[in-house]
Design a protein around this ligand. Structure first.
Ligand code: EPZ
Length: 418
């Protein structure tokens, strides 16, 4: 198992470029299967979730040419014929459930094993199923496999009981080839939903309102391939912004969309950091220990749950006590024990963590158990005194492109052992 060795206590200084968005990438890749012709996806991050999804598409019969260094993937769905995605294929990432929407739209039936992904809560898919049924499909779940079947898909109005990113995307995928008009109410508004809508529209779909809570889709008979550049990863960018605050440093992240970073920027200002935006660059300047600031995770445009874990790591060394509420996933504080091993003072009560800032964290061997929890351990290790060894680097590889190189470019003393 790979590990990251961090000699902490160095304020990060310098400039890095953000990579393409993981969550936009893992929606766009299966979406390419909806078309009759090849698509070219650009600015994809060089992460394992992208490579694994490429393998899944190949196993389904599509031809995929993936150039990780260039971030370019050409997907030709001509040979796509298989409508079963077994557990061996889908267990490595959550987003493989987007294949359900794709199978339905292209073939009217399909089977997908319930997917893997980060272990952060129960993660039900009832809203996906509700959406498929509203479009006229039969959808069932037995023996860990989701089966969908439809003579034809017909547009419908679907009100999501919870604002779900995954359900919004899955329904969009299925509905763009359905007959008639679909309306998704209480839709999620995350940036990657807008990105997916832009890509699907470039393929000939007719989707309006992505980025608001009502999305309207007029079904079309056929989609064609298109070229699309994936948006920058706001969670990756924000993770480096948090690292600047954790280490009392100065970090510029280029090629971002500052609008996507508003919630985290506002929160970091509350902790005393200076956050400057200029064009497509954001710069965070921080001196000394941050001030404690409470946070509550919310769907976009609120403070993202994906930053809750690295944010807590920053609060561990804050002046004062912060209360961090996780409203989306019921089990996203698992990493807190590892932070406690580094000297943090954290109490977890259900979905709330109470973090009493300490002056120093101390390096220790720690083990990551999910992607953003791993990022939290790296944040803590960078700000701790002494050596931290983070085990479980494969979690980081799922979502952070070239993390070691980026950290080294910022002056961090970090090395990787595989
Ligand atoms: C997406 O997960 C992201 N994953 C997650 O990114 C992110 O944490 C999450 O959205 C929230 O922003 C991808 O985009 C691949 P949801 P998803 O459906 O779609 C409940 C990361 O670290 N819910 O928006 O699985 C659910 O339990 C990750 O990059 C239902 O009740 O999340 C949760 O409380 C991990 N029924 C809430 O909705 C459903 O049918 C939001 O989940 C679906 C969801």
């Amino acid at each position: 198992m790979g590990r990251l060795i961090i000699e902490g206590g160095v304020p990060l200084e310098g400039t890095i470029r953000v990579s393409g968005s993981k969550n936009a990438a893992v929606a766009a890749i299966p979406a390419a299967l909806l078309a009759r012709g090849p698509s070219r996806l650009e600015n994809l991050p060089n992460i394992t979730d992208v490579a694994v999804f490429a393998d899944i598409l190949r196993a389904l019969g599509a031809s995929v040419d993936w150039e990780p260094e260039q971030g370019v993937m050409v997907i030709d769905p001509a040979g796509f014929c298989c409508t079963e995605a077994p557990y061996e294929l889908v267990k490595r990432l959550r987003a493989s459930y987007y294949l359900i929407g794709v199978f339905l739209a292209r073939f009217g039936h399909g089977q997908v094993a319930l997917p893997g992904g980060c272990d952060i809560g129960l993660r039900p898919i009832d809203q996906h199923m509700k959406g498929f049924r509203a479009l006229g499909a039969q959808a069932s779940m037995e023996y860990g496999v989701v089966t969908v079947d439809a003579d034809k898909l017909e547009g419908s109005t679907i009100y999501l009981d919870v604002t779900s990113v995954g359900a919004t995307i899955n329904i969009m995928l299925a509905a763009c080839l359905a007959e008639g008009r679909t309306v998704i109410e209480n839709a999620a508004k995350e940036p990657h939903i807008v990105d997916l809508a832009n890509y699907l529209n470039a393929m000939g779909a007719r989707i309006q309102g992505a980025g608001t809570d009502v999305i309207r889709i007029r079904g079309v008979r056929e989609l064609h391939g298109a070229t699309h550049a994936i948006i920058p990863d706001e969670i990756e960018a924000a993770t480096y912004m948090l690292m600047a605050v954790a280490t009392g440093g100065r970090v510029r992240v280029t090629e971002v969309i500052p609008k996507h970073l508003e919630a985290v920027g506002a929160k970091l200002r509350e902790t005393g950091a200076e956050v400057r935006e200029e064009g497509d660059t954001v710069e965070v300047i921080s001196r000394g220990r941050p001030r404690a600031a409470n946070v509550k995770t919310l769907p976009y445009p609120g403070f993202p749950t994906d930053l809750q874990q690295p944010y807590v790591a920053v609060m561990c060394r804050a002046r004062g006590v912060s209360v961090v509420q996780e409203t989306l996933f019921e089990n996203r504080f698992g990493y807190a024990n590892e932070l406690i091993r580094m000297g943090a003072s954290i109490r977890v009560d259900g979905r709330t963590a109470i973090v009493e800032g300490v002056e120093k964290l101390y390096g220790a061997p720690v083990r990551a158990s999910d992607l953003r929890g791993a990022a939290a351990l790296v944040v803590a290790g960078l700000s701790a005194q002494g050596r931290t060894i983070v085990e479980g680097t494969y979690h980081l590889d799922r979502g952070y492109a070239a993390m070691v190189q980026k950290l080294q470019a910022l002056g961090a003393r970090v090395a990787r052992e595989d």
